[in-house]
Every structure is written in structure tokens, then in C-alpha cells.
Design a protein around this ligand. Structure first.
Ligand code: LER
Ligand code: MN
Length: 279
């Protein structure tokens, strides 16, 4: 399995991102700790200098497998389901920037929080807002396709999304949109809240799983909660998943220790044979 740490250039307070405001530090630590990638969460694609980032990647021989877009929703209120057309359009334009950057870096682009909410309004309005979100997603997939960029749709727990909570919800949207470059992101923190059986859900999602956020039940590093890590990794092995396990977790007790503990927990769960699944 390949491991990615998470980082953002944004100076945030407490968030489930390991390195905040110190992307270079994330690359240094990830390399020293034997990881293979750094997942970057960007409010705006211009928040990072491309030449500088490419140098960090080359010097550390690390990949940037994924670009997160949730900060554009969390900090700027941009979502694909907003009632205001101008905001929906701004959300698509913002993420189109992430898609162009992803093409330069060989990354996939995550749509989670940015898919927005439908609100507690009447059913007709919920249907309309869902259709708007799916249209925005489809536009982004079409823009990403010729650039060779994969878009990852991430189900979130009920406190963060009111319409895409399970892998099955998201798989339904994949079918509706029918874009070959749209895949699923399975986040074990959200899955622990929403899925009846994590391993069964992963098996059902099968080859549609394009990326994994591996967090324990309390959103700390794997091993800090009560997630059945062996069960999750076993199911990923069964479906032939060869992608990244990205530590989208709180930096507790600190970022380095979280990564060390997470890797140790993976090794313990796989009997030290995690290398087995390397592509
Ligand atoms: C993003 O990957 C995620 O998991 C969401 O909870 C964002 O807040
Ligand atoms: Mn996530």
C-alpha cells in the first residue's frame, strides 16, 4: 500500500489535515517517514507556486496523488448546490483551476464538501439542487477528461452532507453521470458513521474506488480509535485496490507521531505484509 500524508498551505486552526501552513515540512517528513505521497488541500489552485511544488516533488521523489477542494467550500462558501447561480458557477470555475493544476502534477481532484447540501426545503427544491450539483460535477468531469484527470466523489457523514453519505449514494451518482473519469473516494471516518459494514461496502464499490482516506473512528491516525483496520485493508486487497491510503487525520499528538502511529497500525493489521499490495 502507498501512504500519503495531508498538507495545506492555508494557515488553519484545528483541522483534519496533518501539516497546515507548512507544505515543505510535510514533504520533508513524508520522505523521512517512508511515505510515497502528499495530498494537498488547496482553497485555490494559485495558493501554491507550481515550480516550487514541482521542485519539492522531484527532490523528495514523492507524488501528489490528490488535490482536496473542501477549503473552497469551508472558507469561501462555494458549493455546486448553492441556491445562487453565481456561486455555483464560481464553484465550478474554482475547481476547474484545481483540475488544471492536477493535470500538471498527475493528481486526481476530490469533490467532497464542495458538493454542498440540498437543505431541509421541499422535495422539489432538493431535486433541483441535486440536479444542479450533478450538472456541475458533470461539467468538471468533462473538463478533466481530456487532461487525463480523475475526479473523486467523496461521501461525507450526515453532519457534513445531506445527500451523499454512503459509497452506494455516490455510486448512484457515478451511474447517473456516466463519466469514465469519475470515481469514488472512501473515507473510513465518514464510513464508520454511515456504513453498516465497511468491508462489505468497499467490496460492493469494487473497482469504482479511486482513493482512500484512512482515518480512525475519532479521525485520529489509524490505531488511535476502534476501526477494524485489518477488515478495511482486507476488503481493499480483495477488490484489487492499488491506490493510496491517505492520512486525512488530526495531527495528534503531533503530525509526525500521527504518521508513525498510522504506519505502525497498518503493519500490525497486515502482519507486516503491507508491501504485498504494492503495484
Ligand atoms: C474531506 O476529505 C472530508 O473528509 C470532509 O470531511 C471535509 O471536511
Ligand atoms: Mn475525507
Amino acid at each position: 500500500m502507498r501512504i500519503a500524508v495531508t498538507a495545506t498551505p492555508s494557515q488553519l486552526g484545528f483541522a483534519a489535515i496533518l501539516w497546515r501552513g507548512d507544505v515543505a515540512g510535510a514533504f520533508r517528513a513524508a520522505s523521512e517517514l517512508g511515505c510515497q505521497g502528499v495530498e494537498l488541500h488547496l482553497r485555490h489552485a494559485d495558493d501554491i507556486d507550481l515550480d516550487c511544488l514541482k521542485r519539492l516533488m522531484a527532490d523528495s521523489r514523492l507524488e501528489v496523488p490528490t488535490l482536496g477542494t473542501g477549503l473552497a467550500a469551508g472558507l469561501d462558501g462555494l458549493t455546486l448546490s448553492d441556491l445562487e447561480e453565481s456561486i455555483r458557477r464560481a464553484a465550478v470555475e474554482r475547481v476547474a483551476g484545481h483540475v488544471r493544476l492536477a493535470a500538471e502534477l498527475g493528481s486526481a481532484v476530490i469533490i467532497g464538501f464542495l458538493a454542498g447540501r440540498l437543505g431541509a426545503s421541499d422535495d422539489q427544491q432538493r431535486r433541483t439542487r441535486r440536479a444542479w450539483a450533478l450538472e456541475g460535477l458533470a461539467v468538471l468531469c468533462r473538463a478533466a477528461q481530456p487532461l487525463g484527470v480523475t475526479v473523486l466523489l467523496e461521501p461525507l457523514n450526515r453532519y457534513e452532507s445531506d445527500y451523499i453519505n454512503t459509497l452506494s449514494d455516490a455510486a448512484g451518482i457515478l451511474r447517473e453521470i456516466g463519466a469514465p473519469n469519475l470515481k469514488l473516494l472512501a473515507d473510513t471516518f465518514h464510513m464508520n458513521i454511515e456504513e453498516a459494514d465497511l468491508a462489505a461496502s468497499l467490496r460492493a464499490a469494487g473497482s469504482r474506488v479511486g482513493h482512500v482516506h484512512l482515518a480512525d473512528t475519532n479521525r485520529q491516525a489509524p490505531g488511535h480509535g476502534h476501526l477494524d483496520i485489518a477488515g478495511v485493508l482486507g476488503a481493499l486487497d480483495e477488490i484489487g485496490y492499488k491506490g493510496y491510503l491517505s492520512f486525512e487525520v488530526y495531527p495528534l499528538p503531533n503530525a509526525r507521531r500521527a504518521v508513525e502511529d498510522g504506519i505502525a497500525a497498518i503493519h500490525a493489521a497486515t502482519g507486516g505484509h503491507a508491501e504485498r499490495s504494492q503495484p
